[in-house]
Design a protein around this ligand. Sequence first.
Ligand code: SAH
Ligand code: SF4
Length: 414
Amino acid sequence: MADTDLMTIPGQVDPVPVARDITPRADGRIDLLGLPNDDIRVLFEQAGLDPKQAKLRAKQVYHWLYHRGVTGFAAMTDIAKTMRPWLEERFVVGRPTIVEAQHSTDGTRKWLLQTDDGHEYEMVFIPDADRGTLCVSSQVGCTLNCRFCHTGTMRLVRNLTPGEIVGQVMLARDALGEWPKGSMAGLDAAEDAGDYTSDGRLLTNIVMMGMGEPLYNFDNVRDALKLVMDGAGLALSKRRITLSTSGVVPAMARCGAEIGVNLAVSLHAVTKEVRDEIVPINKKYGIEELLQACADYPGASNARRITFEYVMLKDKNDSDEDARELVRLLKHYDLPAKVNLIPFNPWPGAPYECSTPERIRAFSNIVFEAGISAPVRTPRGRDIDAACGQLKTAAQKKSRAERDREAAANEAAA
Ligand code: SAH
Ligand code: SF4
């Protein structure tokens, strides 16, 4: 693994601007993956096209790039033949590099990916009868140290760029063969916007639930999701996208206003004592503050409920009393909520065990009887370490001393 500069980002600091860390390509060409239409236009102007040409070409290239999934300029048939080599000399359309692709016995697929500067991250595709969900990573590693999460034992190596984030979705469409075909007549974005529907597709939903805390990489996650949601781009409805946060309260309102996707919150405990222990960001943003931010989340309604994730840890957070307190809290804040009960997925050296199936059932029943949906999530892809909280690449592990230091710093910051 390349030993690049590690960013010193203490655990509970509000979203930190982190310089994009893109290694320039050896051949000097510029990778357009992850850039919006306007940035492509500016690059074309800088390369010598007049403003009118640059605008037209940018629109065409943007369409081929994000709507059609084309990676070579030679295939962009509505662009003048003489123009295509000109583009080819100066630009490329990249994809994340696949290091390994694995298939679980239950159909779940996991890809180990690599950035141009040698860092590894993962994405997971989970097919179901009525939908297919892509679980997308936002960071290599994570600054937070949730105690039940394998990713949390990694250092944060760096934030993923918009290209590396949207690139995961594009790679999945490549792998599943799901780019819209259609004719190129009517290049008008509006005319073409409707031709990616989720009907009959394998990939219908996206969850920002891979490696990392998406709200600590806010700008890049937003820019990537804008390309995913753009009707002229990947054209996936925001209603089919869910962002999961461990509770970065100050970024939640921005998430609603600037991204507008469904929200999932990793609650996992109902008392300060337990949540402080298992989700340490709780020391900075407590349960009340977090639930208030959920109540204020724009667009939350009964039709678009907030998902509360709750990992079931034996003798830690799984009692009847915990379930009743969960109900009380959700009602107190009048939250349009559904609860996702996640059986703990083990990993080597994990300090917890999964609750028994009977305990999980009893917990679920209490929440359900209070009128709140509380399905138990079936673990998927456990055999290839693709299940929630099992993602961890070979990047540097935090040392015990380092984790203790971070914990002490977090406490000081609280
Ligand atoms: N960082 C974000 C999103 C990634 S984690 C967040 O924390 O919300 C996606 C979900 O998996 C979170 O709810 C997380 O708490 C949960 N999770 C982490 N480790 C797990 C494990 N070992 N077993 C089950 N769920 C886990
Ligand atoms: Fe990071 Fe989420 Fe894992 Fe916590 S659960 S360590 S926030 S990836």
